[in-house]
Design a protein around this ligand. Structure first.
Ligand SMILES: C[S@@+](CC[C@H](N)C(=O)[O-])C[C@H]1O[C@@H](n2cnc3c(N)ncnc32)[C@H](O)[C@@H]1O
Length: 281
């Protein structure tokens, strides 16, 4: 067949990625999010974001479906929602088709919420709400079934953990972003037997992120969650790639609490999630 022009046309790249039964139905949403161009091609700038969101969807789909099934009026809170890519796509793929429950996006920048609310309106996503405010300041007057925080900056991930605990979330999904707070704490530590681990600025950032995420996972475990820590997607797509998935299975876990206490005793830093925990206890 060499030299002969094929009459088969390939489906666009994004359709091969799309996990829903009908990619065509998702096209207006993806165009409104500028993930697709007006001609229906994948916008190269948004390709990474689409891949991140779809990987996250794949990693949590079963857990989210289970939490959704067992809850009469489930609610997903997407924290530090930005343009609400995640909330809108999860609504399109799971929450809309489930016929029940709702999504609330929480974001400090009102213009992002207004734009996302317009898109939700255009797509007929009636069970979505957009709250403008800081995660730490928002209190919903009802439990939340699932909390997601994709690349919520610096301590916003810690606020997301406190929010999840306050609202008794069954499922907590975090992809932490940059971490500056603990790197600053490490910089101030002049004498410590482990100081060589964070002597140089790049190591302070990396070690600061690492120890913060270790403590975040232990905080969730101590609060009774079963925690998995894995990677979201290949490193070529994002440097902020650690995925923490926590599913609640008991009210508390004294053994994890002891492990957390022992680690904190050895570490000269206190990320916000650990400080918030000592306020709760
Ligand atoms: C890096 S963006 C990620 C946005 C989105 N989750 C995504 O992955 O596309 C982080 C977002 O969190 C918001 N943010 C940061 N701190 C926040 C806080 N304390 N409360 C609510 N939103 C916050 C920022 O305004 C920004 O839109």
């Amino acid at each position: 067949m060499r030299g002969k022009r094929s009459t088969l046309t390939q489906a666009p790249e994004w359709q091969a990625l799309w996990p829903g039964p009908s990619p065509a139905q998702a096209e207006p949403l993806l165009k409104a999010l500028h993930i697709l161009t007006a001609e229906g091609r994948l916008n190269q700038d948004s390709r990474r974001k689409l891949k991140q969101v779809l990987h996250l969807h794949e990693s949590i789909r079963r857990s989210l479906e289970t939490a959704w099934e067992v809850t009469p009026d489930p609610l997903l809170a997407d924290l530090g929602a930005g343009k609400s890519y995640l909330g809108l796509i999860l609504y399109d793929l799971l929450i809309g088709p489930s016929g029940k429950g709702s999504v609330t996006s929480i974001e400090t920048r009102p213009e992002l919420n207004e734009a996302a609310a317009r898109i939700a309106g255009q797509c007929g996503f009636k069970r979505m709400a957009f709250l403008t405010g800081a995660i730490g300041q928002v209190a919903l007057d009802r439990p939340v079934t699932a909390v997601t925080a994709l690349h919520a900056c610096d301590t916003a991930t810690d606020d997301a953990i406190a929010f999840a605990l306050r609202h008794e979330a069954a499922l907590v999904v975090l992809v932490p972003c940059c971490q500056a707070e603990v790197a600053r704490q490490l910089e101030a530590v002049r004498e410590h037997p482990l100081r060589q681990l964070w002597r140089h600025p790049i190591q302070r950032r990396e070690f600061g992120s690492h120890i913060t995420n270790v403590i975040r996972a232990l905080v969730l475990e101590a609060a009774g969650y079963k925690v998995r820590v894995t990677e979201l997607i290949g490193w070529e797509h994002s440097m902020k790639n650690e995925l923490i998935i926590a599913e609640r299975h008991q009210r508390s876990n004294p053994q994890a609490q002891r492990q957390l206490d022992a680690l904190l005793q050895q570490m000269p830093v206190r990320p916000l999630c650990a400080r918030q925990l000592s306020v709760c206890n």
